[in-house]
Design a protein around this ligand. Structure first.
Ligand code: SAM
Ligand code: SF4
Length: 435
């Protein structure tokens, strides 16, 4: 029996999909990348913006035909939109076999038992040997939920309050991912650096995961600026496995907007933090999330966001149009006209893309440490995706000379043949050094 997973949304959802996939594999199912071959279709939904929810719902609608073309097929809908709209989903799509909200992902294993026990006939099941997740870069969830109440955000409503996994659980999971082939671990949580369990804080977690045998690289997402403590920065700067790349959502460059969003920091505090990190790790890349068109955003507020992007020279960023989420505090405020939001979105995108391309172009001619993830693709420590020309093997760490830069990727060739090395920093170089 095969299953197909369609994931919408953020890395937390990807990690949840992976976790649900592991439960299905443990039951003998095999993953396929062809929906026509599948008997179980899992749609893991997102509700962070209306657009993401609409896309998932129209896909679920199309699954009625998919299900009808072969008997015994099952449709499972999971994730944040499933949490928010369970009753509506069951009503609008009665052919859906199981709805699992984001707060219940950890019960997915048990729920699947019930679903699969309801199968029509055993002949439909072509059990295969248990397959393993062979991803070189794997996610490990360290916390679920969020204790913040950013006024635009639906996440705390659909994922609940923060729950932290224990250090032992996280290290066990890391070892399992390494056994399955992972060399890079990304620690995940909505405010991942607020981690606290027993006497452990986030910096301890970074240090402990880094020394798990087989782990070559450690990343984390999404950190909140409030918890970027000196000990986290120092750990990043001194523990070789922790990569010098950070996605640190800022949301706006205007203090008025940051206050209205309840983000708990000011423009100045964010900028000081970036300066401190760049001083500790001059080669690091910093990316961000920005929301344009939040209710009440004036031209002057928007200019503050543009000027912050210029000043901080982000390496890349996601620019989101504000989307009203029912039940959040901001949903009570008057929305800006859609054309204003569109126009600001466009201007912001142009700016961030222009800076991103200029920064990529500066890497042409440099030598980078690349961990090969699949076929001929890998990532630099600074999290640039690189297409490598040459004979490369999955999970190898290689030197790549960057030959050109495109909008989203870099192009490169093997430098000095296939030399594997422990860590670039140990050789006295820094990622980004010119050859
Ligand atoms: N927990 C992370 C943090 O605080 O940075 C982010 C989680 S959220 C899933 C990812 C991004 O979606 C946010 O950083 C924000 O930019 C964007 N986002 C969240 N709610 C939004 C909304 N209502 N409209 C537009 N963008 C939104
Ligand atoms: Fe949403 Fe804010 Fe929590 Fe991030 S920190 S998940 S934006 S409420």
């Amino acid at each position: 029996m095969k299953f197909y997973v369609r994931t919408y949304g953020c890395q937390m959802n990807v990690a949840d999909s992976n976790e649900m996939g592991r439960h299905l594999r443990a039951r003998g199912l095999v993953e396929t990348d062809d929906p026509d071959e599948a008997s179980v279709m899992l749609v893991n939904t997102c509700t962070v913006r209306q657009h993401a929810e609409d896309r998932a719902f129209s896909e679920i609608g199309r699954l009625k035909r998919w299900k009808a073309t072969r008997s015994g097929r099952k449709v499972v809908v999971t994730g944040c939109a499933a949490e928010r709209t369970k009753a509506y989903l069951e009503d609008r799509f009665p052919f859906v076999d199981m709805v699992v909200g984001a707060k219940s992902i950890e019960d997915f294993g048990q729920m699947t038992e019930r679903l699969l026990d309801r199968r029509e006939t055993d002949e439909e099941l072509d059990y295969a040997i248990r397959s393993v997740d062979d991803k070189v870069a794997a996610f490990v969830t360290v916390m679920r939920g969020c204790n913040y109440s950013c006024t635009y955000c639906i996440v705390p409503y659909v994922r609940g309050r923060e729950i932290y996994h224990s250090m032992d659980q996280i290290l066990d999971e890391t070892r399992n991912r390494v056994r399955e082939g992972a060399r890079e671990i990304t620690l995940l949580g909505q405010t991942v650096n607020s981690y606290r369990h027993a006497q452990y804080r986030f910096a301890h977690l970074l240090q402990a995961v880094s020394v798990v045998p087989g782990v070559k690289r450690v990343r984390y997402i999404s950190p909140h600026p409030y918890y970027m403590t000196d000990s986290v920065i120092e750990t990043m700067a001194t523990v070789p496995q922790v990569c010098e790349a950070l996605h640190l959502p800022v949301q706006s460059g205007s203090n008025t907007m940051l206050k209205a969003m309840a983000r708990n920091y000011t423009r100045e505090q964010y900028m000081t933090l970036i300066a401190k990190m760049r001083q500790a790790m001059p080669e690091m890349t910093i990316s961000t999330d920005i929301i344009v068109g939040f209710p009440g955003e004036t031209d002057a507020d928007f200019q503050q966001t543009l000027s912050m992007i210029e000043e901080l020279q982000f390496d890349w960023g996601f620019i989101f149009k504000y989307s009203t989420r029912e039940g959040t505090p901001a949903a009570r405020f008057d929305c800006l006209p859609q054309e204003v939001i569109e126009e600001r979105h466009q201007r912001c995108l142009e700016l961030i893309d222009r800076i991103a391309l200029a920064k990529r172009l500066r890497l042409v001619g440099t030598t980078q440490e690349v961990l090969v993830e699949e076929d001929d693709f890998g990532r630099t420590r600074t999290n640039y995706k690189v297409h490598v020309n040459g004979n490369v093997m999955q999970s190898e760490t290689i030197r790549v000379r960057i030959t050109s830069a495109h909008r989203a990727t870099l192009e490169g060739e093997l430098d000095n043949g296939n030399i594997t090395f422990k860590n670039f920093r140990e050789e006295g170089g820094c990622a980004g050094a010119r050859t």
